[in-house]
Design a protein around this ligand. Sequence first.
Ligand code: G3D
Ligand code: MG
Length: 193
Amino acid sequence: MGKIPVLKVVIAGDGNVGKTSLVRRYCEGKFEASRVATIGVDFQTKVVELPAGSVKLSIWDMAGQDRFRVVRSGFYRGSLATALVYDVTDLISLANLKKWHQEISGITPDQKFIVVGNKIDLERVEQVEAAQTFAERITASYLETSALTGEGVTDMFRALASIASSHLSFPQDESVDQQNKSLRDEDPQSPLG
Ligand code: G3D
Ligand code: MG
């Protein structure tokens, strides 16, 4: 088997929406209350099994605070997919996803996105429709999670891995040659009919 492709992905969104908690939950399987806020960037890796093959996600968890804007821009380079995370109890964090989307697609124009509403274990204040409309507008899928209970977290990272790997040809793609060969074999012009 060949080497596992490493895919850089980004977790973006306002401070306090739960980005670091989502990464922790996914990579370490736990939730810690009262964590220290991310300074600059956190970094974790995890292998994800996709139907087409395995990939290793390198997950970059950006600090949401405005004063880290300069640090962040360099870290977007080379990333393939971003989860834009907001907090379903915080309307401002949803409105700000537009700003996050602009910041990231301005630096990496081919970036693919998913939109994630976190903290669904709490009483929500936002309108799901507004989040879905935003996701549609940027051709992203919309998912909901709770880093606290773990609900939706695996799906979120699988979705991210899946869009980040859409450009890859996995070893199984050798079968494309095989398929092309069978198409040629079916060619009515062929002497075998
Ligand atoms: P950030 O990395 O986006 O800045 P953090 O966010 O992961 O640091 O989380 C910010 C706060 O929200 C933390 O609270 C964390 O425990 C809480 N949190 C994160 N995800 C969830 C969730 O899904 N549900 C609930 N109920 N809380 C969540 P504290 O109080 O520890 O600062
Ligand atoms: Mg953080």
